[in-house]
Design a protein around this ligand. Sequence first.
Ligand code: BES
Ligand code: ZN
Ligand code: ZN
Length: 484
Amino acid sequence: MQIQLQTQPIEAIEADAVAILAFEGKKDERFGLGELFDAGEISGKSFETTLLHRVPGLRARRLLVVGAGKPDKFNTAELRKAAGAALRFLKPRSIKNIVFFLDTDFSSAEHVCAAVEGAILGDFETDRYKSQKENGKQVESFAVAVAAGAPGLEDALRRGRIIAESQNLTRELANEPSNRLTPLLLAERARQMAGEEGLEFELLDQDRMKQLGMGALLGVAQGSAEPPVLIILRYKPAAAPHDGAHLGLVGKGVTFDSGGISIKPSDGMEKMKYDMSGGAAVIGAMRALARLKPPIPVTGLIPAVENMPGGRAQRPGDIVTSLSGKTVEVINTDAEGRLILADAITYAQRLGCTHLVDTATLTGAIVVALGHMNAGVFTNDEGLLDRVMHAAGVEGEKMWHMPLEEEYKEYLKSIFADLPNVGGRWGGAITAAWFLKEFADPTPWVHLDIAGTAWLEEGKPYLAKGPSGIPVRTFVHLAMNWKD
Ligand code: BES
Ligand code: ZN
Ligand code: ZN
């Protein structure tokens, strides 16, 4: 799909369809729409779509009126969704050339960027392995049009395209089945991306990890015939920042989570192909950062393993020694994410990362706590938390700050080792985060539990059902705005 910017009044636009926004309680009198507002046919409610043909006064063949909700609630996140909804409405109707017209009130660079993102994200489908494509129709071009040009709009268009395409790479990877995306194949995809984008790429293989003493990560991998890898992607800015900050992004890359010996019930187990969504988000974010060039060095680390119950699998009760030197009693082999992240976090510290953000489909408990709307956020540092929450807010990736107070340490005691890998029945997402904190401290660190948000169980008007690509935009915003 071609992405373009047009500067012209709406009347002059030539396209198969031109889309405009309609707001609740704000009657639009243009193009005879007033009558439809009065009749209640157009209400302006979010994602309402009204398609009109051959509208007098317009050159475009069709006018699509997209509901944008209440004017006082409208922001770039809503615009992103409206643009996605427009594309997903028009695409199955064989409409090839779409122009999304932005009225002067919301035609800033941020708006242009969000509209482009919405369209590209809306265009993504999960039909890669379908002979008959769900939606064999392709949109050829999507243009954002503004009545009056302003400096920075072309740049915003480019930014939006880079970010959304990168988020779609994350979604593509998360959607891959585990037979087609083993740890080594995930590394291969990351290597290819790094080569294309000019990022440094490094792999730690099993032998190297043994030498280093990554016992927590290796323990998880040993039940699988697929060897584990630690994928490292490096971005370095032309000039290092004055404050010496170095951001580390760590993503859980479990290419399949059977649970291991503590095996999961078969019902729904196929979903555990997306247990590498955190790793995929780091790969997607690194792609965007390679192109957008933030002012801060960023290192992406993806511990990639398959969690299987093979003959050499680790057993409940096994004690492993992590890279940090701390010993862990593996009570439940299904709590594997925290084990691989622990070693990756320690390694990130050794690489000189001064600030860490990890993301992982870590616990079912966060889904119980927050449902599928918010990712859970945990931290040992209020300053970094503020940065991450601000980035997530601007980008419309919903996140909720969860507690991680000293008291929770009570839940994580082992008789035989320094730590158990699970707590008791209560606060499962918190004990998982506490476990990570034991390794992250004292480095400022934020943990994003995306078990409930990495996969959309239902399609939305603006997004296909399946991988969401969260939190790529938050990562990109965080790095791009580091100096602010
Ligand atoms: N990958 C799962 C968590 C998960 C659950 C992701 C649902 C996506 C959707 C994780 O490795 C896991 O199995 N966690 C266990 C931990 C438990 C054994 C303490 C869980 O949440 O049940
Ligand atoms: Zn698990
Ligand atoms: Zn898992």
